[in-house]
Ligand binder design. Sequence first.
Ligand code: FES
Length: 362
Amino acid sequence: MHHFHILKTSKVSKETNDCINIAFEIPEHLKHNFKFRQGQYINVRRMIGGEDLRRSYSIVNAPSEGIAEIEILVKRMDDGRVSRFLNDEVQLGDELEVLEPAGHFYTSYHPSNVKTYVGLAAGSGISPVLSNIKEALYQEPKSTAYLFFSNRSFENIIFRKEIDALAEKFEGRLKVIYLLSREKHFEDELFEGRICAGKLEQLFTRFPEIDPAETTFFICGPSEMIKDVSEYLKKDKKVPSLQVMYEYYSAPDDEESREMSEEFKAIPNIESFVTLIIDDDEYNIHLNSKKESILDKALKDNLPVPFACKGGVCCTCKAQVMEGEVFMEKNFALTEDEVERGFVLTCQCHPTTNIVMLNYDV
Ligand code: FES
């Protein structure tokens, strides 16, 4: 299981008017714990008003950049207590509690590959997409990448300087297209609007050298955008599922979630004894299948269970079912393969048998 560590900020800089860029220095003795893959995220923990709040933030840098830091971008949300704290109060040199990197929004690269990668990012969704694109460019000298990045206005383009410098450094291998959703794009109206299936169709017409079926896509942005473009790529453009990679930064509130809630209503109403294995220790909880999730009950009983988003998005609460069965309400984080191997998100789980055993140490 991953653990929280105290890290010191080594950079705190305003990126746009509502985003802050924070880097954490990784001390020598924690280098191993904070070794990361492109596209992974970290969790930041903060006690605010007596409440243990945790939020996930994607890592912006790429492993091949060889930087002894982990860098994140935090968008300030008016109703986000952690994002407001990080944007408004954190100073250079402050110490914060940070969980080791996790997540699987990445693919494997190899120097002999001759591939095409397309990043589709909206606003703060740029972080894990940029990390992946950078790693592809560094690791695969014969591969090319496109970045279609939408922001409200030119002033709001996140990491514009870094992205422009990257396009210059990898000239001929990286093409960057900025789309503006609330401003005129003076060069070409194709580059106005948001990323959606229709816009992607237009972009493919403009860049005919991109063969979608042979391309790997990295998508991060609002849930409607992810749903729209990933379905379009898989159904209309016949892109194999493994080449359409996406990362949610919040749980979608859509038809699918509501349908799953209907499924939840159909699970048996039973009392269950659940054993949790955490850091080699066994803990027992008792709960009703129709009430709170296994994670919520464990937190109520003050057990040291890992969590962050509590919305089925971040994967921090992952465990493996060793005995019995559970119903998982939502899953925006585990792969099909992980689900088949019995992994579940405990923040979304309700027992459906009287005895259940879950292992967090896997
Ligand atoms: S806490 Fe984030 S998926 Fe469960």
